[in-house]
Design a protein around this ligand. Structure first.
Ligand code: GDD
Ligand code: MN
Length: 406
């Protein structure tokens, strides 16, 4: 992965060559701030941090930057007036987007506590010391700044639509992960403090994808005790949100990937998606036979609609984190080839069921689709989404490459 050497911007900090950041000389907390084109905000953010971080608690501030504007230069200028070390880890390839940036920062941190916050001042800097102090006082592994804990509020979210989306995704996540998210009223929050030991002990299982880094950490690292501090989500200070509809799809893919970490649940999800493919398949089949087409060619045409439908859902939702090693065309080609090989096996089976067992065309098709399902699942895992030998991990996060085109 291409990554610029980190630039250590404060005279007190060392310059390192990309693998690890300065040791921080025993700093008590590392503040990780992901940035993507936040030139309008980072100066004000650093000034407010300088005003509120207690001098006795030694903080290292680490920006993990994927910007294409002059954010790093603005940070550099502003950091000169800061009493704490400020480092920018600029990435040429934005692997894993926002979450990928945070995880990279976490891997480089050496302090006991890690705090994550946004750069746009929607997260009040004055709360940073409270988060760490609460963790120390309560012995918690994770302290979440929550908009939904008593006294918190979402007032900075612009518009009813965003508020509804935020509420809906919170409910969805809590419903899917009732035990991992127990005690976390705001799993969508991007503002929290976590003990480094909790992240580092499970760092190899993290598969960051998209915006919801806290969700990833809560589900995969399972911090034992969780505390919350209420806060009011502020308006953005300057610039515009980087969140897009694509981010929403990535969030759904993230949920599916967290929920289907085992082979069994993956197959179940594959089956459920496959079931929805009956709709376009049988619908087109019914239409074509109604138009007078013989059912056998109609099966072939109808199958293509089912294949395309399934491919889109499976590729986006189920294998969203495992598709970076092949191009879209390659994946669709392989997927369609598998599905049609399956059809070649299925058509004689359907002919047998219709001709021999006198079943109706639709039930015979449904039965044959079910019969070939397991073969298709295994084929898809092995032939479409299994990383090529020796090229596995680096190729994994497709999200990174997509971000460049967003
Ligand atoms: N390094 C990096 N790479 N940083 C990124 C990227 C990226 O690809 N995309 C966004 N960021 C940074 C932004 O620069 C900002 O500092 C922070 O991540 C949050 O991005 P926003 O664009 O401000 O997102 P938001 O306001 O919609 O989302 C925030 O609120 C959510 C709660 O509603 C984030 O805090 C989310 O984490 C949080 O869940
Ligand atoms: Mn924001």
């Amino acid at each position: 992965m291409a990554r610029h050497p980190e630039a250590a911007l404060h005279p007190g900090a060392e310059i390192t060559d990309g693998g690890h950041r300065p040791s921080g000389g025993g700093s008590s907390a590392t503040l990780i701030i992901p940035t993507f084109n936040e030139a309008e905000n980072v100066g004000e953010l650093l000034a407010r941090l300088a005003a509120c971080l207690p001098a006795q608690d030694r903080y290292d501030v680490l920006f993990v930057d994927d910007s294409t504007d002059d954010t790093p230069a603005v940070i550099e200028r502003a950091s000169r007036a800061c009493p704490f070390p400020v480092t920018v880890m600029h990435r040429d390839v934005a692997e894993g987007g926002l979450s990928g940036a945070v995880v990279e920062g976490m891997k480089a941190a050496t302090s006991d506590w890690i705090v994550v916050m946004d750069a746009d001042l929607q997260h009040p800097p004055s709360l940073v010391p409270d988060l760490v102090a609460t963790g120390r006082r309560t012995g918690a592994d994770l302290v979440v700044a929550s908009r939904y804990a008593g006294g918190g509020s979402n007032s900075g979210l612009s518009g009813r639509y965003r508020i509804a989306v935020s509420r809906g995704s919170t409910l969805l996540a809590k419903g899917l992960f009732p035990s991992a998210l127990r005690g976390i009223s705001d799993p969508m929050s991007g503002f929290f403090a976590i003990r480094r030991s909790v992240v580092h002990s499970r760092a190899d299982v993290l598969r960051p994808l998209g915006y919801k880094i806290l969700l990833e950490l809560a589900v995969r690292c399972r911090p034992r005790n969780v505390a919350e501090v209420p806060f009011t989500f502020q308006e953005r200070f300057g610039g515009a949100s980087k969140s897009t509809v694509r981010e929403g799809i990535r969030f759904l893919a993230h949920l599916v990937s967290l929920r289907t970490a085992t082979h069994g649940t993956r197959m179940l999800a594959f089956g459920l998606i496959g079931l929805t493919g009956f709709l376009p398949n049988l619908g087109v089949l019914a239409a074509l036979t109604a138009l007078g087409m013989h059912y056998l060619p109609a099966e072939i045409v109808a199958n293509q609609f089912g294949v395309l439908w399934n491919f889109v859902l499976i590729d986006l939702l189920l294998f969203g984190d495992r598709r970076g090693h092949r191009s879209l065309g390659n994946r669709l080609g392989r997927f369609a080839l598998l599905a049609n090989t399956d059809l070649v096996l299925r058509v004689p089976l359907i002919a047998l069921l219709v001709g021999g067992a006198h079943m109706g065309v639709l039930p015979a098709t449904a039965l044959a689709l079910l019969a070939t399902f397991v073969l298709r699942f295994l084929g898809t895992e092995l032939l479409v989404y299994l990383p090529r030998r020796g090229r596995g991990r680096q190729d994994r996060p497709a999200a990174a490459r997509q971000r460049e085109t967003t």
